[in-house]
Design a protein around this ligand. Structure first.
Ligand code: PMP
Length: 377
């Protein structure tokens, strides 16, 4: 009998009570009950975003909130700085360029994280840059960026800091208000343990002021419209009401655990996974790895594409492979969302078994032992 396990950095597994909530008969999105649902979800999201500012939502995947940030903050011909250290930093560039924005890239070797001083230098050389676009966890490499230090720099300047926390929200720490981050965007299918289809954004007061001057075209992704209607528990267009019902239950889990504890749980799962990979004798791809996922550099003799395919077909275990230039070269194991110690043990024991299947010479069981060592502490 085959049983499937999902260890990808989105979509992530969904708590069973959230699944059941989404199996209920659908409701009219302008009913009193739906209004209460929207207000409750938006209030609970503030806890996860670690902000007192309002959170708005769009019915789209995470990229919709990213595009919305560009379309709502910038003006024609503006200059921005983009930190590019993987596929999702590239995405910020592509969106900006689609809107005719002049991008000053900070290119970082894939797997590395940006030194905050580099951002400081770029801002001082480009004081007219309207925003820095960053990624909390660059999901394509597993690298975490030091958003706290970058925010410390941008706070001293008029340049806004916009952070893609699509994969890392609820897994890696991001204290929007305490650190002074201007815009945080995220979505439903990762740390928020809900299917894909909802995107979120939270804006600081100065970011909201900037939106008043933005002259880029926008309609569906108009943040101001979504924000105003959200405050009333309403929406400009028909929302993914079913997903909101699931999200409410998923958020109840996070709020009951408390965001600080949720992040600690992810930190423990990540350190156990990293410990296991080292014990197996493999190396980590990211120099500063996130809590969201662990990227494993594969030895040349292992074809990563074949390994990921074999694990899914033979063992029902879905890991993520490498993207872009990393295709076939890394395996990414997520420890994200509705997961605990036991899931990490499954992910690592299956990984060891898979390596044994392909005849890779390593001490089987060393990874699981290393996981248990972390949990024992
Ligand atoms: N940014 C990051 C860091 C991501 O991990 C992803 C999705 N993997 C995205 C943006 C894009 O999100 P979506 O696929 O939901 O549009």
């Amino acid at each position: 009998m085959k049983k499937n396990y999902l260890f990808t950095p989105g979509p992530t597994p969904i708590p069973h009570d959230a699944l059941l909530a989404m199996a209920q008969p659908i409701d009219y999105h302008r009913s009193e009950e739906s209004t209460a649902l929207i207000l409750d979800v938006l209030e609970k999201l503030k806890h996860v975003f670690q902000t007192e500012h309002d959170v708005l939502f769009l019915t789209s995947s995470g990229t919709g909130a990213m595009e919305g940030a560009v379309a709502n903050l910038l003006c024609r011909g503006d200059k921005v700085i983009v930190i590019r250290s993987g596929k999702f930093g590239e995405r910020w560039t592509e969106i900006c360029e689609a809107y005719g924005i002049n991008v000053i890239p900070i290119d970082i070797k894939w797997g590395d994280s940006v030194p905050p001083e580099t951002v400081e230098t770029q801002i001082s050389e480009n004081p007219d840059a309207k925003a820095v676009f960053a990624t909390l966890c660059e999901t394509s490499t597993g690298a975490l960026h030091d958003i706290q230090s970058i925010a410390h720099i941008t706070q001293q300047t008029p340049t806004l800091l916009v952070v893609d926390a699509v994969s890392a929200l609820g897994a890696d720490d991001l204290q929007m208000d305490n650190w002074g981050v201007d815009v945080v965007v995220s979505c439903s299918q990762k740390g928020l343990m809900t299917p894909p289809g909802l995107a979120f954004a939270a804006l600081s007061s100065r970011a909201w002021e900037v939106t008043e001057r933005s002259d880029l075209p926008k309609y569906y992704l108009d943040y101001r419209k979504a924000h105003q209607r959200g405050l009333e528990g309403s929406v400009p267009y028909t929302p993914a009401i079913t997903l909101l019902a699931g999200l409410q239950i998923a958020l109840n889990h996070i709020c009951a655990e408390g965001i600080r504890n949720t992040i600690s749980r992810h930190s423990m799962m990540a350190s156990a996974t990293r410990n296991a990979i080292k014990a197996i004798g493999l190396s980590l791809f990211a120099t500063s790895p996130a809590n969201t996922l662990t990227s494993i550099r594969l030895p040349d003799e292992i074809d990563g594409k074949m390994f990921v395919k074999m694990m899914r077909e033979k063992h029902g275990i879905t890991y993520a492979g490498g993207q872009g230039e990393l295709s076939g070269k890394i395996v990414r194991i997520a420890h994200l969302g509705w997961m605990n110690e036991n899931d990490v043990i499954v992910a690592i024991s299956a990984f060891e078994r898979g390596l044994a299947d392909i005849g890779y010479d390593m001490p089987i069981g060393a990874g699981v032992t290393a996981v248990q060592e972390i949990f024992k502490k």
